[in-house]
Each structure stands twice: as structure tokens, then as C-alpha cells.
Design a binder for this molecule. Structure first.
Ligand code: FES
Ligand code: FES
Length: 150
């Protein structure tokens, strides 16, 4: 069955089994590898993308869920909020190995689109579940604050 969708404002139309996870489509079919594969079972957040401004886990979302919809990844270069977050991440020197950070930033993007000036508690609540093995959690919180004030 043909599925039609946008990724970062580019239109795609592909014929793929409807239960294929979005992450597999992005990485293996479309070769859009900026969105990362971590656990593959919805537990780590490395694969987070926005589906119409809500954070979803691409490894656990079937392609049927995005038919005629738009997703945003870390590679989007038109989203102003995403740009603010990326700049804040650099300013606060957040990343260590960097592997989790695309998912962290996209999850933060969903937060500031819904809550432009989040409190510490709202940041901790919203980012809970996005795992960072390098322990960058405090810097992530600071960067979200920085971005939200810019
Ligand atoms: S790879 Fe999707 S939640 Fe871990
Ligand atoms: S920066 Fe290494 S896992 Fe998060």
C-alpha cells in the first residue's frame, strides 16, 4: 500500500508494509540516518521525531500512523524553535558522545512548542524517558532554559 508523508518538508510516497516502523523507513529506505536507532523497543528516546508537533518514538510507530502527515527530524533546517535549541545545545556544550542528542533535542522541541517557557519541573517531567548514557541531563535542562529565553 502506498503511504504518503512529509519529512522535514520533503514529500515522500512509498510502497511498504503498513506495520513497518517509521524509524526503519527513515533510516533503511530513505537513508535519512540523522534519527538514531537505540533500543528499538520504545524505551530510550533516541529515535524521537515530531509527528504534527507531538513527540513520537519512530521505532515503535508504524508507517500507517503517518499517512498524509508531516514529521520533523533533527535535520529540519526551517523550524525556528529547532534552530534555537540547536544553538543553545552548542552554547551550553551539552553533547558528549552525542548519540542520544537528536532524540533529546526533538523531545525538547515538542516541549517548547507546547510550553514556550517551561519550568525546571516541566522540563524534567517532559524529558524523563529520554536516556543519556553520558549523563548530560543537567546540561540538557540548562540548554532548554537558554533556548526558551532566546
Ligand atoms: S530506539 Fe526508539 S525508543 Fe529507543
Ligand atoms: S551524549 Fe552520549 S548518550 Fe547522551
Amino acid at each position: 500500500m502506498i503511504t504518503k508523508f512529509n519529512v522535514d518538508n520533503v514529500h515522500f510516497s512509498i510502497d511498504v508494509a503498513q506495520d513497518t516502523p517509521v524509524l526503519w523507513v527513515l533510516r533503511d529506505i530513505l537513508n535519512l540516518t540523522n534519527t538514531k536507532y537505540g533500543c528499538g523497543v520504545g524505551e530510550c528516546g533516541a529515535c524521537t521525531v515530531l509527528l504534527d508537533n507531538k513527540a513520537i518514538r519512530a521505532c515503535s510507530t508504524p508507517i500507517s500512523m503517518i499517512n498524509n502527515k508531516s514529521i520533523t527530524t533533527i535535520a529540519n533546517n526551517e523550524d525556528k524553535d529547532l534552530k534555537k535549541l540547536q544553538n543553545a545545545w552548542i552554547e551550553e556544550d551539552v553533547s558528549q558522545c552525542g548519540y542520544c542528542q537528536p532524540g533529546q533535542i526533538i523531545n525538547a522541541l515538542a516541549l517548547i512548542k507546547q510550553t514556550p517557557l517551561p519550568s525546571d519541573e516541566q522540563i524534567i517531567f517532559s524529558m524523563n524517558g529520554n536516556i543519556c548514557r553520558c549523563g548530560t541531563y543537567n546540561k540538557i535542562k540548562t540548554a532548554i532554559k537558554t533556548a526558551s529565553k532566546s
